[in-house]
Design a binder for this molecule. Structure first.
Ligand SMILES: NC(=O)c1ccc[n+]([C@@H]2O[C@H](COP(=O)([O-])OP(=O)(O)OC[C@H]3O[C@@H](n4cnc5c(N)ncnc54)[C@H](O)[C@@H]3O)[C@@H](O)[C@H]2O)c1
Length: 249
């Protein structure tokens, strides 16, 4: 079924991948970002702190993919708190008021960082979290409120613990230097297919935590079983396909 999907952070690295994947799957896509998305027409320009702009973007939306955030460790008070905590509050409350049925929340493999370093692998969604630092702690907050919205408001909430899709050439070089990091890689193509799977997953799916990475070449860091069983997601690409962030194709 064709759905209207709102993607916050639509101008970002994974946002652009999600837009492409959903358009390819035939969905109607609307973007929300504080930076203009030149690639498509239906976008609302605004900040996560602007509830009026969010409410405008949320109108008629079937599924929300919430990606806009500060995407790594940074000053907590200046960057993480307004975007990842206060911004998340506005997004969730706006989606609830608009009657959005499904929310996909961008979490991170960093919520189980210390197990990544010390094992055992592969990490399963039900393993106890071990967040790396402040950024990962904001993603634990996101996961927690996602569970609450599913239980209290009956919304379908998918927590996506995303692998590493590099935003800079420095990050590409970092991944290239380590087989372990290559196992965390999520290509834009696989990310787009993953988000399309989230949108079309069965409508009675109330709550799920899934890992999303591309096909590991060696070490298998995360258990992709729940992504396959619950969403039908299977990676098709491996490092380094699509890794160049300067390529906008
Ligand atoms: N790329 C990765 O490797 C990775 C891995 C795990 C999780 N994630 C998560 O995926 C999401 C997207 O990450 P990305 O790599 O595409 O980051 P990105 O920085 O490329 O994109 C984020 C987008 O959100 C927008 N944004 C940020 N703060 C905003 C605000 N206050 N109001 C409106 N728009 C705002 C930015 O303008 C940007 O376009 C984030 O939630 C991030 O934590 C990313």
């Amino acid at each position: 079924m064709i759905q209207l999907v709102l993607i916050t952070g639509s101008s970002g690295r994974l946002g652009r991948a999600a837009v492409a994947g959903l358009q390819h799957a035939g969905h109607r896509v609307r973007g929300f970002d504080r930076v203009a998305s030149p690639d498509f027409a239906d976008t609302v320009l605004g900040d996560l702190g602007d509830r009026t702009a969010l409410d405008r973007a949320m109108k008629g939306v079937d599924c929300l993919i919430h990606l806009a955030a500060c995407p790594d460790d940074a000053d907590f008070l200046v960057e993480l708190l307004p975007a990842n905590i206060t911004g998340l509050y506005h997004v969730m409350e706006s989606a609830r008021a608009a009657g959005v049925r499904r929310i996909v929340l961008a979490s991170s493999g960093q919520v189980n960082w210390w197990q990544q370093l010390r094992g055992p692998a592969p990490i399963k969604p039900e393993d106890p979290p071990s967040p790396r630092y402040w950024y990962a702690a904001t993603k634990m907050f996101l996961e927690s409120i996602g569970r609450g919205f599913s239980e209290i408001h009956g919304m379908s909430v998918i927590i996506a613990r995303l692998g590493w899709c590099p935003r800079t050439l420095e990050q590409v070089a970092e991944i290239a230097s380590s087989p372990w990091q290559q196992g965390l890689y999520l290509s834009p193509g696989d990310a787009g297919r993953f988000f399309a799977c989230c949108v079309s997953a069965r409508s009675d799916l109330r709550h799920a935590i899934v890992y999303a990475v591309s096909k590991p070449l060696g070490v298998v860091p995360f258990d992709l079983g729940s992504a396959k069983t619950l969403l039908g997601y299977e990676p098709m690409e491996s490092w380094p396909t699509g890794s160049d962030p300067t390529h906008r194709g």
